[in-house]
Design a protein around this ligand. Structure first.
Ligand code: HAM
Length: 416
């Protein structure tokens, strides 16, 4: 038997209904906040991600699905969306058309991580990118949108962690001091942690190892001591706006995020409903990425959220079945075409869902199926239909039944 690939999922109607519902709410929510949808290709050149997400990040180092195309070009299934959005923005020189662009996206991403609850190899994100404003209100808007989306979906136990990474020019000095402070405890570090410390020292700050966490707390330098006054003021303004909007947050000095393009404000929304993989979403500013990928010097801020993690946090039970409004029960093989024609007629005239049995089952099992599909009415075609041109309409909710002329079906439902 051929099976799906580890870390991927087949979604059947019992969960796609929930998903469509989530997507519809998201689309509406983001639309009323002034964001429009952007769709970019699922695969891009590998260089796009190595240059934006960063050579020494886990994503680029070991998680990308990369292959060489027939013409020798290296291609990659997108592991995140920000790089693709910025690539499209730069390619189309959108800053020449509008001073600020606000995009949202929903789609699949690919990372070769170790699968576990809330961590897949093909997962889905929704996210937003606001490109053009350097002001703190843009940071606050993005953070509040992320938070309010989870509120809209009724997710509880939410918290927001925020931090400022300052500008890129302090990164090198901070990374060096951080590395030296932790290297004093070399003996407790595993080989992969040592490697990480060497290649991308900031990543040590979000270690899950409690012993190292304590070493960091007691010994690591604090990034806020390195940040310029201007960047501190920017961060202060972001927090003030969040306070005024009643958005709760905690300032976490150790939040750094796993992608290289960030500067200034970074944030994550966390829910303790998620266990180990507790980040519902994450984002921040990336003021240098647009110029780094060949565009003008244009600031930007965004976030992305895991759809599967949202669904876990919402406790969705996946027990919805395909529903219908009207179920056509047919017990005579000579009436098959008539059943199909009636169904189409109702759909066309009334725009409601009509289901026709195609298994030629007994009256009893068709009615049982109609109940299971939460059908409000059943139209029963039987010998009376062929003899008298009538059908029985059964109200499934009231358990009543009446006989009507076959030509009056539409007007019968119109009066309901
Ligand atoms: P990220 O933190 O790598 O950021 O991913 C954002 C969210 O995607 C995570 O918080 C998580 O909910 C979900 N996610 C990531 N990996 C997986 C996985 N393997 N399985 C399931 N869910 C996952 C970014 O991707 C940035 N592009 C966010 C951003 C947008 N920053 C600025 N703009």
């Amino acid at each position: 038997m051929i099976k799906n690939i580890k870390g991927t999922k087949d979604l059947l109607p019992n969960s796609t209904y929930d998903l469509q519902d989530i997507e519809n709410h998201l689309i509406r929510f983001l639309h009323i906040h002034g964001y429009g949808e952007i769709r970019t290709p699922i695969f891009e050149t590998t260089e796009l991600f190595s240059r934006s997400v960063g050579e020494n990040t886990d994503i680029v180092n070991k998680e990308m699905y990369t292959w060489e195309d027939q013409n020798g070009q290296s291609l990659t299934l997108r592991p995140e969306m920000t790089a693709s959005v910025v690539r499209a923005y730069v390619q189309k020189q959108i800053w020449k058309i509008e001073p600020i662009s606000k995009f949202y996206y929903i789609g699949p991403l690919f990372r070769r991580e170790r699968p576990q609850k809330g961590r897949l190899r093909q997962f889905h994100q929704f996210g937003i990118e606001a490109i053009g404003s350097q002001n703190p209100e843009q940071d606050a808007e993005v953070i509040s949108i992320a938070y309010n989306i989870y509120k809209m979906f009724g997710v509880e136990d939410l918290s927001i962690k925020v931090n400022s990474l300052g500008s890129n020019n302090i990164r090198e000095k901070f990374a060096k001091d951080l590395k030296n402070s932790i290297l004093k405890f070399k003996s407790v570090l595993s080989e992969s942690e040592l490697y990480r410390l060497e290649k991308n020292p900031l990543r040590i700050l979000d270690t899950k190892n409690n012993e190292i966490k304590k070493i960091i707390r007691d010994n690591a330098p604090n990034i806020s001591d390195y940040i310029s006054t201007e960047d501190k003021n920017h961060f202060k303004s972001v927090l003030e706006i969040l306070d005024d909007m009643g958005i709760p947050y905690t300032h976490d000095d150790f939040l750094v995020r796993g992608l290289d393009y960030y500067n200034k404000t970074v944030f994550e929304v966390i829910s303790n409903k998620l266990g180990g993989q507790d980040a519902l979403c994450g984002g921040g500013r990336y003021d240098k990425l647009i110029s780094q990928l060949g565009g003008s010097d244009i600031p930007a801020m965004g976030f992305a959220a895991g759809v599967e993690r949202l669904m876990i946090a919402m406790n969705l039970e996946h027990n919805q079945t395909t529903n219908t409004d009207i179920y056509i029960v047919n017990t005579e093989s000579s009436l098959i075409s008539q059943a199909m024609i009636i169904a189409d007629d109702i759909r066309k005239n009334l725009g409601v869902a009509v289901y026709v049995d195609t298994l030629r089952r007994s009256l009893k099992s068709q009615l049982r199926h109609a109940n299971k599909m939460n059908s409000k009415f059943s139209i029963i075609l039987d010998s009376n239909t062929s003899n008298e041109n009538t059908v029985s309409i059964k109200s499934m909710e009231e358990n009543t039944q009446e006989e009507i002329d076959i030509n009056n079906i539409i007007s019968y439902f119109e009066s309901k």
